[in-house]
Design a protein around this ligand. Structure first.
Ligand SMILES: [Zn+2]
Length: 233
């Protein structure tokens, strides 16, 4: 017997405490068939990323597993004024296609910005929105959201600095710079991951070296002058 890829989980709304169900993809179906250098993943069946955002059908509050778990009175008021008052009841609990997934991410972005959720949450939502556009081959929109996402990751870096766990963040800042064509900035960020002795995340060091090599080829192809550190010693 094969199980359906989707199952339901119970969620309690962080804003109005209404209980509702949201779908998720079973772990056995979560294996990606391939993953891009910025962790955008592709799946044969249901895409688990389509189900990251939970939307309360009662009030419209949209959040993820990592969102703030409790709203204070000011946040509730801000949400009500900006989104809740205009919400037309709608259930996002079932199967989602691309368009519905995009709607849930845009709603989650609006909610996160309205209540002032952490910059990491905002960056992650922006990154997912750009991936959705990549799945469709819409390069213009993908790039637009990658640019917002990059700005947001840089704010995370400015808030948190180079912590022990931030190699992935530095790598992503380098890789998004490369993807939007900011090659000189990309060099700087990859170099930090590769050269900072405090960074011990070997997977991210390896990834930075690989993308550094890709970037070098791109710069040579464009006949750009290579920064000194990129020339072979
Ligand atoms: Zn609610």
């Amino acid at each position: 017997m094969t199980l359906e890829p989707l199952y339901s989980i119970d969620v309690t709304c962080y804003n109005c405490e209404h209980k509702f169900t949201s779908s998720r993809v079973r772990p056995s179906y979560k294996k990606a068939i391939r993953t891009d250098s910025d962790f955008c993943s592709y799946y044969k069946n249901e895409n688990p990323d389509f189900y990251v955002v939970r939307v309360c059908p009662e009030c419209g509050f949209a959040s993820t597993e990592n969102s703030l778990e409790r709203l204070n009175d000011t946040q509730k008021k801000d949400f009500r004024e900006k989104i809740g008052n205009r919400w037309i009841k709608r259930d996002f609990g079932g199967k989602r296609n691309w368009d519905v997934a995009l709607e849930t991410y845009k709603l989650a972005l609006l909610c996160a910005q309205t209540i002032g959720d952490t910059e990491r949450i905002v960056a992650s939502i922006l990154h997912h929105i750009s991936w959705l556009h990549r799945y469709k081959g819409d390069e213009l929109q993908e790039r637009r959201f990658l640019t917002y996402c990059l700005e947001s990751y840089i704010r995370v870096y400015e808030l948190e600095g180079v912590g022990a766990n931030n190699a992935r963040l530095l790598y992503l800042i380098g890789e998004l710079n490369r993807r939007i064509g900011e090659f000189t900035n990309a060099v700087k960020w990859f170099a930090r991951v590769i050269n900072d002795k405090n960074i011990i995340d070997s997977a991210m060091i390896r990834a930075s070296r690989e993308q550094w090599a890709v970037l070098r080829e791109q710069m040579i192809a464009k006949q750009m002058e290579l920064p000194g550190e990129m020339n072979p010693a």
